[in-house]
Design a protein around this ligand. Structure first.
Ligand code: FMN
Length: 234
């Protein structure tokens, strides 16, 4: 805790600075992350609200040899390509979202110098997801498969809190839905109990900010595009 009470303005500036500085980081320095930092992050992230305080999140945190083994198993499964593809988006993606998706791909592959027609280079980059982009810590977020989308919303709030709590400690992250398809492999590596399903994964560590991929800043829609304020003056 700070040695004196913080003013509302200071708290506001601090929270805004953390929210603004978070971005998805896809290249990391080798510096390890302390176990105590991981525990602190998870403890504060669990302040996330949830429907009737059901707290449906589960998280498996890996580092060192178990993380290496998980990465290797995932890369092998990706190459084998036997698991059914998981659909992250409806097909077709409604036009409005499709434009943002295309813009993301152009920026992402553009900053990596990958031509969009170069399927092999794109696959190599996708594969980097499973090595947690070289981060020293990987997280796998699961949820009880009987729960419905309302509880998935709770899980999303927890995931966001993890990223913000990490950033507040100088740690970078990348949320990754790519792991979802490989739940059977993850479950077997991490001995996850039956009945849970992988919602997403996350890389965590100290970002290598000299890497071109980390200099990419994704734009956001202006507020008027997604919000309608009703009953306000002016
Ligand atoms: C639920 C979720 C899943 C994501 N999955 C992936 C992923 O599998 N691989 C990846 O590189 N980025 C992934 N991202 C990161 C998004 O591409 C990123 O959040 C978005 O482009 C906005 O950029 P920013 O996070 O840097 O602001 C995911 C983000 C979210 C919220």
């Amino acid at each position: 805790m700070p040695s004196r009470e913080w003013s509302q303005e200071e708290i506001g500036e601090c929270v805004n600075a953390v929210l603004r500085s978070r971005r998805s980081v896809r290249a990391y320095r080798a510096d390890p992350v302390r176990r105590s930092d991981v525990l602190d992050i998870l403890q504060v992230a669990a302040r996330a609200p949830s429907n009737s305080n059901t707290q449906p999140w589960r998280v498996y945190v890996v580092t060192g040899p178990p993380m290496q083994a998980l990465g290797e198993a995932l890369v092998a499964a990706f190459r084998e390509d036997k698991l059914p593809p998981s659909r992250h988006f409806p097909d077709p993606l409604p036009e409005d979202f499709g434009r943002h998706h295309a813009d993301f791909a152009q920026r992402y592959y553009g900053c990596l110098g990958i031509d969009r027609s170069d399927g092999a280079a794109r696959a190599r980059q996708t594969l980097r997801n499973f090595g947690f982009f070289g981060a020293p810590v990987g997280l796998i977020f699961t949820i009880d498969s009987r729960l419905t989308r309302h509880s998935w919303l709770d899980l999303g709030l927890f995931v966001q809190n993890v990223m913000i709590a990490a950033k507040a400690r100088g740690l970078d992250t990348c949320p990754q839905v790519s792991f979802a398809r490989f739940h059977p492999v993850i479950a077997s590596q991490l001995r996850i109990p039956e009945g849970e399903v992988t919602a997403c994964g996350m890389s965590m560590g100290y970002g290598d900010m000299a890497a071109a991929v980390n200099r990419m800043q994704m734009p956001r829609r202006p507020v008027q595009d997604f919000a309608r304020l009703v009953g306000f003056d002016g």
